[in-house]
Design a protein around this ligand. Structure first.
Ligand code: PLP
Length: 407
């Protein structure tokens, strides 16, 4: 098993913090009581769960009654969408975007077969939304608007509060997939237009399989998972106690480090990005350069396959991604970059580096040392570089296929 690598794939998952492991271990061993039990042995575990809930609310600027623990981002997105629709059965219209995570897009695709109409808002070449298009799509029949805070592939950040103000005018529920934004952008739900917000533990240095859904007090909610009366009847099933304790600790650390870590990550990201695009010809940064997460860069290298770059990086022990972990293995270009209408060469030659608070200057140096050689070697092998113009012509239009949701 490979243990050490230069890990620049933090939008896919993150290292569990050592403090987080330390906090959860007692709840895997000594403190195994059921938090719902009447006895002290279980009750003390219930208190620890409440403490974790307070740690999560502190990070979000929310109240304790507004947090539901889930199994992660995918469950949070599914539960929020279902809850909003079940609570307003008379409304049959949903608005989302073309660049959402499959956890949202797949649900919307299914709902289209169940009598719902879904509007998929487009993005421009920088990955940004047109708020006039949103405004024109909203009607009194719109039950739900579900839009991500920050894009996992490009890091592009949407103007969530501006969107929320428009959504509120039409009385629709506003759900935000903030899996990539939490811990990177300060949140204050008490002063927000967002009704429901999804976060995932393993994107913020907690383990996989734990997350939380914020539901604003007063927003009608119907549970997706029915069972016992755990979590005020809003999510049945005995709580994942070690996961919840870990998520609480991770949230506390995210809050503690948010400013310092994001400043550092941005500096490292900018150094990586700037050096690459100034030293390597024919490459460009994908996505809005100003409204962007501090830890993410998505760069298109023309005339080569992103997957070939990733394999070469892998041989140097460097982990990056061609966008979504869900689509790796397939040579189909990313639905996010396609929605941006990028040219064929960029669609196929793009890779993403995503940093974390554990990323070091030495690791960035290592990537910068190997990248120019990798790109040069792959381009020399590329059958396209010699006749780039002809190839481009041949491939024109290939990037404008229909949106296909893949998992
Ligand atoms: C990772 C991710 C998810 C899914 O979260 P899981 O906890 O892996 O289910 C959803 N949305 C976005 C934007 C993500 O990056």
């Amino acid at each position: 098993m490979q243990k050490n690598c230069i890990y620049l794939d933090n939008n896919a998952t993150t290292k569990v913090g050592s403090e987080v492991v330390e906090a959860m271990v007692p709840y895997l061993s000594d403190y195994y009581g059921n938090p719902s039990s009447m006895h002290t042995f279980g009750g003390q575990v219930g208190k620890a769960v409440n403490q974790a809930r307070r740690q999560v609310t502190a990070l979000l600027g929310a109240d304790e009654s507004e947090i539901i623990f889930t199994s992660g981002g995918t469950e949070g997105d599914n539960a929020a969408i279902r809850a909003a629709l079940l609570a307003q059965p008379e409304k049959r219209h949903i608005i989302t975007t073309l660049v959402e995570h499959p956890a949202v897009l797949s649900v919307c695709k299914q709902l289209e077969t169940q009598g719902y109409t879904v509007t998929y808002l487009s993005v421009n070449s920088q990955g940004q939304l047109d708020l006039d298009e949103l405004e024109a799509s909203l009607t009194g029949n719109t039950a739900l608007v579900t839009i991500m805070y920050a894009n996992n592939e490009t890091g592009v950040v949407f103007p969530i509060e501006q969107i929320g103000l428009r959504v509120k005018e039409y009385g629709a529920v506003f759900h935000v997939d903030a899996v990539q934004a939490v811990g990177k952008i300060p949140m204050n739900m008490n002063a927000s237009t967002v009704d429901m917000l999804t976060l995932s533990g393993h994107k913020i240095h907690a383990p996989k399989g734990i997350g939380a859904l914020y539901v604003r007090r007063g927003v009608r909610f119907r549970p997706m998972i029915l069972g016992g009366s755990q979590q005020r009847g809003r999510r049945g099933g005995t709580e994942n106690v070690p996961g919840i304790i870990a998520l609480g600790k991770a949230a506390e650390l995210e809050m503690l480090y948010l400013e310092e870590a994001t400043t550092r990550e941005k500096r490292l990201r900018d150094r990586l990005e700037q050096t690459l695009i100034t030293t390597i010809p024919d490459c460009e940064v994908n996505g809005d350069p100003t409204h962007r997460l501090p830890n993410t860069t998505n760069i298109g290298f023309k005339y080569i396959e992103g997957e070939a770059i990733l394999l070469s990086l892998n041989q140097h022990g460097i982990c990056a991604s061609s966008g979504s972990a869900c689509t790796s293995g397939s040579l189909e270009p990313s639905h996010v970059l396609r929605a941006m209408g990028l040219p064929y060469t960029i669609l196929h030659g793009s890779i993403r580096f995503s940093l974390s608070r554990y990323t070091t200057d030495a690791e960035i140096d290592e990537v910068l040392a190997v990248m120019p050689g990798i790109i040069e070697r792959l381009r020399a092998l590329s059958p396209f570089k010699s006749d780039a113009a002809g190839w481009l012509q041949e491939m024109q239009g290939v990037g404008n296929e229909e949106l296909g949701v893949r998992s």
